[in-house]
Design a protein around this ligand. Structure first.
Ligand code: HEC
Length: 143
């Protein structure tokens, strides 16, 4: 039974330093998520267990926000209304517009980002980042 008590005792140990390498969403196992939920409960919060998929989706959203802030907001503004510092000068359109959102497609948005359009430069970004930007633009529809 010695091995069983070692296994149970393992719950109290802090994560080993060898786990502190580059982080991937898939690195997070059930144990770790359970421990995080327990810790949240102890701290008086709601115990929510996040699936690896939900965590990955969150990371993608954060990435899109970062890229948007760094590469797009200067012209398009924080939410795509075209009110960035140089939005007026270059004539950035209002991407929140219901009419434009209704008539464009995800593929058309993606190819504008890849190829540029008018005064908008083209952006060489990984496909996954472009898809995340398309989703971010869809999220401001009608804002
Ligand atoms: C230098 C300013 C500038 C930057 C930076 C910029 N854009 Fe644009 N964008 C524009 C302008 C100007 C237009 C309107 C182009 C036109 O229709 O002539 C536009 C249009 C668009 C459109 C609408 C295309 C359509 O179908 O009419 C999308 C979507 C878009 N930009 C996304 C982005 C994203 C995502 C980024 C960041 C990766 C970005 N833009 C960065 C200036 C910019």
């Amino acid at each position: 039974m010695a091995s069983l008590s070692v296994a149970l005792g393992g719950c109290d140990r802090p994560p080993s330093p060898s786990k502190a390498t580059a982080w991937k969403p898939t690195d997070h196992g059930a144990d770790e998520r359970f421990a995080a939920a327990e810790a949240a409960k102890k701290a008086g919060g709601v115990a929510a267990i996040e699936t690896p998929e939900a965590r990955a989706a969150n990371e993608t959203r954060l990435l899109a926000d970062r890229v948007w802030a760094a590469q797009c907001a200067n012209c398009h503004g924080d939410f795509g209304k075209g009110d960035g510092p140089v939005g007026g000068v270059v004539g950035a359109r209002d991407l929140t517009s219901e009419a434009w959102q209704a008539k464009t497609s995800d593929d058309a948005i993606a190819s504008t980002i890849r190829e540029g359009r008018g005064k908008m430069p083209k952006f060489e970004l990984p496909d996954s980042t472009i898809r995340a930007l398309v989703a971010r633009i869809r999220a401001v529809r009608g804002l």
